[in-house]
Design a protein around this ligand. Structure first.
Ligand code: AMP
Length: 396
């Protein structure tokens, strides 16, 4: 059964066509600069890559173009769109409405719309993607898979902020957490590798956006992102944790309004702001090796913040069986893994430097043979989870 997995962003659209029984990715791609000019990068199973400039004034043209390419004579991914059984949509915010994936109907769309104030950049694009698929693929089921759903098992004491309780009851103010599909996939893989009935796992999803999750017996009990994806770790362009007093102080000093301030913390801070070089960690690592002081400090800040959360989650879990690294940085940056685990031997976390440096694909163990705590690198696969959830909901 072929499932189309869509991740509609404000000016981009990522897609994969997945055979859910074999896990084969038949095609994948990315439409960028929607509403500006339009570029599509498309890859088909045998690693044939295409890059096409094509006008995409709106998401509708982007999705139409993607369907054209999938069925085009030259690419021959599928003969016609009827071969697509269903569409799985990544939806960033499901609030407290959704603790698992769901078949989309008018009521589900309405609830995703209600949650726009909590995810103003993401949920409107997801709704667009859903409505366009309903129009262009009539009769095909659509499923929503939420980034927040996995974290709905967090206990109250971990998701509430220490502000008056009415802010939660009246304004839905709480920690929701994000990257849930990735945290679910990676922790599930780790639990299989551990082969234990009861498990305590910490997942470090380190990419352009980063978060850590404490997972007990397969359930999220705490995570670093909060009401929005700004809280927690030092990220590509996001500050992560910051004293709330910084906000009025900087607004006053720099003459910024609240929108400009939140944009500053979301888009101009983090690795980019501290290093002054780039939000791309590869460039910052290179600059640090060349002696750039701010880049060196930036790497130390990132790793100390990761370490701080690993240790606090060990406290909350009451121990740990495995620490997992995933996403662009977690899977590829051995320096960050090494620094984040350094000096934690007293907690039984013993990284094997040689194994850590090896460039291998797939799930792998990078702890010393006798390390009481396992350290895993597990490539994330959110698209596969979305395809599987979609399949499970539509197969009946
Ligand atoms: P993601 O959002 O998961 O695609 O991750 C993007 C981040 O991964 C960027 O900051 C990249 O610089 C970083 N990244 C990817 N490959 C490497 C690498 N080999 N070394 C260090 N950082 C990397």
């Amino acid at each position: 059964m072929l499932i189309l997995v869509l991740n509609a962003g404000s000016s981009s659209l990522k897609y994969q066509l997945i055979n859910v029984q074999t896990a084969e990715v038949k095609a994948s791609g990315l439409c960028e600069r929607i509403g500006i000019d339009g570029v599509m990068k498309h890859e088909i199973a045998e690693h044939r890559k295409l890059q096409i400039d094509h006008p995409m004034p709106t998401h509708k043209e982007a999705i139409e173009f993607m369907l054209d390419i999938l069925t085009h004579d030259d690419t021959q991914v599928i003969a016609n769109i009827d071969e697509i059984a269903a569409v799985g949509h990544r939806v960033v915010h499901g609030g407290e409405y959704f603790n698992k994936s769901i078949l989309i109907n008018a009521n589900v769309v309405k609830k995703i719309e209600e949650l726009v104030p909590l995810a103003p950049l993401h949920n409107p694009a997801h709704i667009l993607g859903i409505k366009i698929c309903q129009e262009l693929l009539p009769g095909k089921p659509n499923v929503a898979v939420f980034d927040t759903a996995f974290h709905q098992t967090m206990p109250e004491e971990n998701y509430l902020y220490a502000v008056p309780h009415e802010d939660y009851t009246e304004h839905h103010l709480r920690k929701y957490g994000f990257h849930g599909t990735s945290h679910y996939y990676v922790s599930d893989q780790a639990i299989q590798m551990l082969d234990k009935k009861e498990s305590k796992v910490i997942v470090c999803h380190l990419g352009n956006g980063s978060s850590i999750c404490a997972v007990k017996d397969g359930k999220s009990i705490d995570t670093t992102m909060g009401l929005t994806p700004l809280e927690g770790l030092v990220m590509g362009t996001r500050s992560g944790d910051i004293d709330a007093g910084v906000i009025p102080y900087l607004m006053d000093k720099k003459g910024m309004d609240s929108n400009q301030m939140i944009n500053y913390l979301n888009k101009k801070s983090g690795i980019l702001g501290v290093s002054g070089i780039s939000s791309d960690l590869r460039e910052v690592i290179k600059a640090a090796k060349d002696g750039d002081h701010r880049s060196k400090i930036c790497i130390e800040m990132m790793c100390n913040r990761i370490k701080k959360y690993i240790c606090s989650y060990i406290g909350i879990l009451g121990g740990v069986d495995a620490i997992c690294f995933t996403a662009g940085i977690g899977e590829n940056a051995d320096l960050i893994r090494e620094k984040s685990c350094a000096n934690l031997e007293f907690l039984g976390i013993e990284l094997d430097k040689k194994k850590n440096k090896k460039r291998e694909s797939g799930n792998r163990e990078i702890n010393k043979d006798n390390s009481p705590v396992k350290i895993y690198v597990i490539p994330t696969n959110e698209e596969y989870v979305i395809a599987q959830d979609t399949y499970n909901l539509v197969k009946g």
